[in-house]
Design a protein around this ligand. Structure first.
Ligand SMILES: [Zn+2]
Length: 432
């Protein structure tokens, strides 16, 4: 057929013969293909050459990248082979992963988009459901990981300083344990679960020799993490994860704000607004309303505040000294956790004295919590673990858990997180 080599180039196909090109009534292009002789008769799972079993049920189709405005498909026979290891399986095809309904080029482009654009951009441009995106990122990550030696492969090489964390998803019903490399900022390992056995699997993948090279481990104060770290890397220095310490401070600040809000409402800053669940509904007004709406302004880093949020903070500074004091303590803690060495340690002393004697009960309690893990906070300040890096990885993974809500299982979420924050980003087809 004329033009076959042109089509093969356009499709990015290797080891594949094009027999014919047809058009469906709906305008879709259909490329009738077969694997080249050397790629025929192989197990779809291990690619070992195997005896043919039968012709399979019928012709199969794989969606590939659109051509112009038309959807395009590859169509081929799907014979089965009998593999000594995997039994009767559909034979390998060079253009797609085993069991996939999309070609490698399609998968690659979808994965490239998903780590760079929005959910709707991917699903609308590629004309696929979000669940399909989940299956695609899972396949692409599995393939990239295999090229780099599997779960125990290259991404675990050279680790010295790591952060271990748990991430909740599905509204806190399920958890992932994640490991971040402090030196590169990459996510290097993630698995479902949050317990000792899950974390032991990480150290199994890492192996005894590479575990012995770990010098620092940062984590929140979960006992199961420190137990396993002590067991597998006894010489590593355990540090407090600044991200979690700041989270505590934000919680304490939130409690002060809620208390001020309740006080304002009790003082009459409400108005009646109908009946709800058989009770009088009272909406916040005046100061109570300002305090209700100030939540984000108090949490945000000052450099990210909008003009309106800055005005809310100014108002709090002028009218609510206790809440303002709590805010300044939170910001002070955040800044001191960026400091290093002696100045950082001195600042920690000063801060603990300030918080303890602030007269704000929530902040005094926070000071006591931090004092209880003081040694680990000091280790963080002494050894200079960059919080900015971990915080940004953490924030981004938490965003992904929301995006991944529509996926079936944790596997696509892990794949999405590894492709977005891991050391190997997906490449566009035929552009290494
Ligand atoms: Zn096999």
């Amino acid at each position: 057929m004329p033009g076959v080599s042109l089509w093969r180039g356009l499709l990015g196909l290797e080891h594949t013969a094009i027999e014919n090109v047809t058009k469906d009534p709906d305008g879709s292009l259909v490329f009738h293909v077969r694997p080249m002789a050397r790629r025929q008769g192989r197990c779809g799972r291990c690619r070992r050459r195997c005896p043919r079993y039968d012709a399979g049920s019928s012709r199969r189709r794989w969606r590939t990248l659109d051509h112009g405005i038309a959807m395009a498909f590859l169509e081929a026979d799907a014979p089965r082979v009998r593999c000594p290891a995997h039994g009767v399986v559909v034979a390998h095809v060079p253009w797609a992963a085993h069991g996939a309904g999309h070609t490698h080029t399609f998968d690659q482009q979808a994965a490239w988009l998903v780590v760079r654009t929005s959910k709707t951009a991917v699903t609308e441009l590629m004309r696929i459901a979000w669940r399909t995106v989940g299956a695609i990122v899972d396949r692409v990550w599995t393939r990239i990981q295999a090229e780099h030696g599997g779960p125990a492969g290259d991404q675990l090489e050279g680790l010295r300083r790591i952060g271990i964390d748990e991430i909740s998803y599905r509204r806190g019903q399920l958890y992932l344990t994640v490991v971040v490399d402090h030196d590169s900022g990459h996510l290097v390992w993630a698995e479902p679960g949050r317990d000792r056995d899950t974390l032991r699997r990480f150290f199994d993948d890492l192996g005894v020799e590479r575990s012995s090279l770990i010098t620092h481990v940062s984590a929140d104060q979960a006992g199961w993490i420190s137990h396993v770290v002590t067991e597998r890397c006894p010489t590593a220095i355990q540090c407090a994860d600044p991200f979690h310490v700041i989270k505590w401070a934000n919680q304490a600040l939130g409690n002060v704000r809620a208390r001020a809000w309740r006080t304002a409402r009790a003082g009459g800053a409400t108005h009646k607004n109908g009946i709800e669940h058989g009770r009088q509904r009272r909406d916040s007004t005046g100061a109570a309303r300002e305090l209700r709406d100030a939540r984000h302004a108090l949490w945000k880093n000052p450099e990210d505040l909008t003009c309106r949020q800055q005005q809310r903070l100014d108002w709090i500074a002028a009218t609510h000294p206790e809440l303002w004091e709590a805010y300044r303590l939170k910001e002070g803690l955040r800044l001191l956790l960026r400091m290093r060495g002696r100045p950082g340690l001195d600042a920690l002393d000063e801060w603990l004295a300030w918080a303890t004697h602030s007269g704000v009960p929530e902040m005094t309690h926070l000071a006591a919590r931090i004092t209880a893990i003081r040694e680990r906070v000091e280790a963080t300040l002494t050894h200079g673990l960059s919080n900015a890096l971990v915080e940004s990885v953490n924030t981004k993974i938490r965003l992904l858990t929301r995006i991944a809500f529509g996926f079936h299982s944790p596997q696509p979420l892990i794949a999405l997180a590894m492709l977005s924050r891991g050391p190997y980003r997906p490449a566009l087809p035929s552009r290494a």
